[in-house]
Design a protein around this ligand. Structure first.
Ligand code: SIN
Ligand code: FE2
Length: 208
């Protein structure tokens, strides 16, 4: 375990290859039920370069009119999101001491030319709960800074099976993905990278 910054915990090689394969199978089932979609930025309508979907009772999304938010239903199918599989929930239970379960698991799919600009995860009411990030497939260059925009940032390469816990004093840190490294993992036959982020959305004390 490596503390990248206070409360920003890096767990390299957290998942063994077999566990990664099991999780990818679970993600494929999620994508069959809740197809990947391309979100767009609030107001400008500019498309994200990642495709996304969710599992859990709430899913994160963004569109032009209503902006960043959590919704209980897929924007295209209108169906409830599929449940968070045990393989993914187990990571939350093992790496956090949060007494509540996450309601949301955002699935981001990056092709080799996708990026994620620096941002804060702040659409949750439960800012006392961490965000747990799981990397699968191609490696990426993850960038993180402090809680103020424009501050100094550092970079960390994330590989398949790595987990990052974004909590405590780093819960509102700016973070993003500068690049995906091509041909760095054989986990995904079609290449690219999957990132899963688990979030508690409602207050930790709210009943499940
Ligand atoms: C995110 O911040 O939503 C994704 C981070 C990552 O892909 O590692
Ligand atoms: Fe994020």
């Amino acid at each position: 375990m490596i503390e990248l910054a206070p409360g920003l915990i890096y767990l390299p090689d957290y998942l063994a290859r077999a566990a990664q394969e099991e999780m990818v199978d679970d993600v494929r089932a999620i994508v069959r039920a809740a197809p990947l979609f391309t979100p767009v930025m609030p107001r400008t309508g500019k498309a994200f370069s990642v495709q996304m979907t969710n599992c859990g009772t709430l899913g994160w999304m963004s569109d032009r009119d209503k902006g960043y938010r959590y919704e209980a239903h897929h924007p295209q199918t209108g169906e409830a999101w599929p449940a968070i599989p045990a393989s993914i929930l187990n990571v939350w239970r093992t790496v956090t001491d949060c007494p509540a379960s996450p309601e949301a698991c955002l699935v981001n799919f990056y092709t080799v030319d996708a990026r994620m600009g620096l941002h804060q995860d702040r659409d949750e009411e439960a800012l006392d709960a961490p965000v747990v990030s799981i990397s699968l497939g191609g490696s990426c260059l993850f960038r993180f800074g402090g809680a103020a925009r424009g501050g100094r940032t550092k970079s960390q390469r994330l590989n398949s099976g790595d987990v990052v816990v974004i909590g405590g004093p780093s819960r509102l840190c700016f973070h993003g993905v500068d690049r995906i490294y091509p041909a760095t993992s054989a986990l995904l036959a079609q290449g690219g990278r999957i990132n899963l982020t688990l979030r508690r959305v409602r207050p930790v004390q709210a009943p499940d």
